[in-house]
Design a binder for this molecule. Structure first.
Ligand SMILES: Cc1cc2nc3c(=O)[nH]c(=O)nc-3n(C[C@H](O)[C@H](O)[C@H](O)COP(=O)(O)OP(=O)(O)OC[C@H]3O[C@@H](n4cnc5c(N)ncnc54)[C@H](O)[C@@H]3O)c2cc1C
Length: 403
């Protein structure tokens, strides 16, 4: 590694302009800290991916002036349910019980691309030139005074320097790989299909909530209602190839299992995703910090990946602001400890349990789970705690309490 001591240290370099990188960037810029955000793609990512924002995440995004805009662009779901599709037996959870603890007692259904687009616009307005598209980080290095990134911008390789670096570059993180960190875990044997359709299912299926997990005969599926779409998700058969899984006839056949004799349905998006559960060995190496999917991956069941990543971004940015102002840099070790704990002790465990529960095929076990949920709902204290857990409120508090 070359000597970096004479390089410009006066900024934080953030690799990746996904939800996590952009939220961290905005928080830092608001505190007067210069940032540069490098994004490999040519524009904000247009993939819908996440749709669930949990209450504490929207509360945090309010602090950046983004919460209200996302509520406008999305659809709040006060209730969500588990339901036996054929019989209609169900357990409905009502997030209103959290209304004294959050300004947003609902699961906001809003595609993550809206967060990315709005945050990118805001960042550009507040620090013009801070966000560089078509900028692919290739290699990173550091010494005790600073960091450097070799980056290809519009096809030309150059080197940028800074004081700290945040790797928010997603599941295949170049930053994580260059730090040589292990990313242990597993890839689940079945992938997931996520479909977006504007078809008005609510006019045909009685008693839909904004968020629905259905157990149906031989399969299970979820239905989430955003502002102008239904997001339908399910696992295709494990032996089905990727092209066949998102072919129009296969998707129409699946949707016809939900509503026969209505199609063809208009399909706006259909993607197949592998599902992983992985955790980086540590989230800080010297002046480099990892956040979001670059550090941890989990099943989307329960909607925790982006939410947990946004919680990382706030925790990290707030500590980095103190360190920038002269605070002890061991605060960044505390960031790493707190958010590693949240990922391993809460997010991965709960999303894994959700993943398995939703894919349960045995009718008896499904009924047992449904009965247990109904009992929880009938117990005021139990349902309150359950909803705090499933909306990551407890997770945030437990992680922040670690010293
Ligand atoms: C189908 C599906 C549904 C989901 N639903 C939910 C949900 O409801 N709720 C929830 O909380 N989570 C959900 N998730 C998870 C969520 O999408 C991710 O956790 C979230 O995108 C993580 O954000 P991030 O910023 O860490 O990474 P990303 O969103 O992956 O962003 C990383 C960015 O870095 C850029 N990048 C990568 N490499 C480089 C490089 N070398 N140089 C420069 N830039 C680079 C990428 O182009 C990208 O823009 C879902 C995921 C899927 C697949």
């Amino acid at each position: 590694m070359g000597d970096l001591s004479d390089l410009n240290h006066d900024r934080v370099i953030i690799v990746g302009a996904g939800p996590v990188g952009l939220v961290a960037a905005l928080r830092l810029v608001r505190a007067g800290i210069p940032v540069v955000v490098l994004e490999a793609a040519g524009e904000p990512h247009a993939e819908p991916r996440a749709s669930t924002f949990h209450p504490p995440t929207v509360d945090l995004l309010d602090e950046l002036g983004l919460g209200a805009r996302l509520v406008e662009l999305g659809r709040p779901a006060r209730t969500w349910q588990y339901c036996m599709f054929e019989t209609g037996e169900r357990a409905i959870f009502d997030l209103s019980v959290l209304e004294n603890e959050t300004n947003h007692p609902y699961r906001l259904q809003c595609e993550q691309l809206h967060l990315v687009k709005e945050a990118a616009k805001m960042l550009d307005a507040e620090l013009s030139g801070a966000l560089i598209f078509n900028a692919k980080a290739l290699r990173v290095r550091q010494d005790e005074d600073g960091v450097a990134v070799d980056v290809e911008i519009e096809g030309t390789e150059t080197t940028l320097q800074g004081r700290w670096l945040i790797g928010a570059d997603g599941a295949s993180s170049v930053v994580r790989k260059h730090l040589g960190l292990g990313f242990e875990g597993e890839t689940y044997p079945t992938a997931s299909v996520a479909i977006g359709t504007p078809f008005a299912f609510e006019k045909h299926i009685p008693d839909l909530c904004g968020v629905n997990y259905f157990w149906a005969d031989g399969w299970s599926f979820s239905m989430f209602q955003t502002k102008d779409m239904w997001r339908v998700g399910y696992s295709p058969p494990p032996d089905m190839n990727a092209v066949a899984a998102v072919a129009d006839d296969e998707i129409q056949m699946r949707l016809a299992h939900i509503l026969p004799s209505i199609g063809p349905f208009e399909i706006i998006t259909a993607r197949l995703y592998s599902v992983h559960r992985r955790l980086v060995e540590k989230m800080r190496v010297g002046r480099m910090l990892l956040a979001g999917d670059a550090a941890h991956l989990n099943s989307p069941s329960g909607g925790f990946g982006m939410n947990g990543g946004v919680h990382d971004a706030f925790n990290l940015a707030d500590k980095l602001i103190k360190v920038w102002g002269g605070g002890d840099d061991t605060l960044l070790d505390l960031y790493a400890r707190q958010r590693h704990y949240a990922a391993s002790a809460d997010i991965q465990k709960t999303s894994d349990a959700n993943h398995k529960r939703h894919r349960e095929k045995d009718h008896g076990r499904r009924l047992e789970t449904l009965k247990a949920m109904q009992e929880t709902i009938s117990d005021e204290k139990a349902v309150h705690n359950f909803l705090r857990e499933s909306s990551l409120m407890n997770s945030l508090e437990r992680a922040n309490a670690l010293t």
